[in-house]
Design a protein around this ligand. Structure first.
Ligand code: DGI
Ligand code: FE
Ligand code: FE
Ligand code: FE
Length: 187
């Protein structure tokens, strides 16, 4: 699928603000793919579709999680976590994207996971550092991203967990697994 067609499909699913974020993620993912030797077209498509399900109703997402036998633990955690795996499912069903490399980058873009593929890392990181993002620590992660993909993903995961903890929010086990994987096996 070409960029233009993908953008037209996604634009209908998102608010203007979220669409602008998506364009930032796509631009950043392309840049990271060029730098770190991933498939640029796949990075672009995964980024364009990464928040496809962001505005689906909670009940629709819950039903898909159950029907498609996704990780049951998600039901006990904030529904913000649901749009990533549900998005991977809906992008396949509704937009006809079948490439598992692209779908898995969408599926894991919120929590990460142990043993991420390069494309998963790129979309996870691009979502975190795209030009529209403004939060404490983001500039540091941008700088690290210029040096090392793995170090930048670790910094983003670490910041996210510390941010959740500072607000007394629960941390999803897969987010912690991602962190541990990087500490134990990463750079
Ligand atoms: O969809 P975006 O806003 O672009 O970003 P995202 O998909 O990375 O994250 C969506 C939300 O999920 C964000 O508000 C942070 C939150 N989140 C990420 N990891 C965890 C989490 N929330 C909880 N409770 N636990 C997590 O592990
Ligand atoms: Fe998201
Ligand atoms: Fe993210
Ligand atoms: Fe996003």
């Amino acid at each position: 699928m070409e960029r233009y067609e993908a953008l037209q499909i996604v634009e209908k699913q998102l608010t203007e603000k979220r669409y602008t974020h998506t364009l930032g993620v796509a631009e950043t993912a392309i840049r990271l793919a060029e730098k770190y030797g991933a498939d640029v077209k796949k990075a672009e498509l995964a980024a364009i579709f990464h928040d496809y399900a962001k505005f689906r109703k909670k009940e629709e997402m819950r039903q898909i999680l159950i029907d498609e036998q996704m990780d049951k633990r998600l039901l006990q955690f904030h529904h913000e976590l649901w749009h990533a795996p549900v998005g991977a499912f809906l992008v396949q069903k509704e937009a006809g994207i079948t490439d598992e490399v692209i779908l898995s980058a969408i599926r894991w873009h919120t929590t990460g996971r142990p043993n991420m593929t390069t494309l998963e890392k790129i979309v996870y990181l691009a979502d975190y550092i795209e030009p529209g993002r403004r939060f404490p620590g983001v500039d540091e992660v941008r700088q690290i991203a210029a040096q090392s993909l793995n170090k930048a993903v670790l910094a983003a995961v670490k910041n996210s967990i510390m941010f959740l903890m500072s607000k007394q929010q629960p941390v999803f086990p897969v987010t912690l697994d991602t962190y541990n994987d990087y500490i134990q096996n990463g750079e």
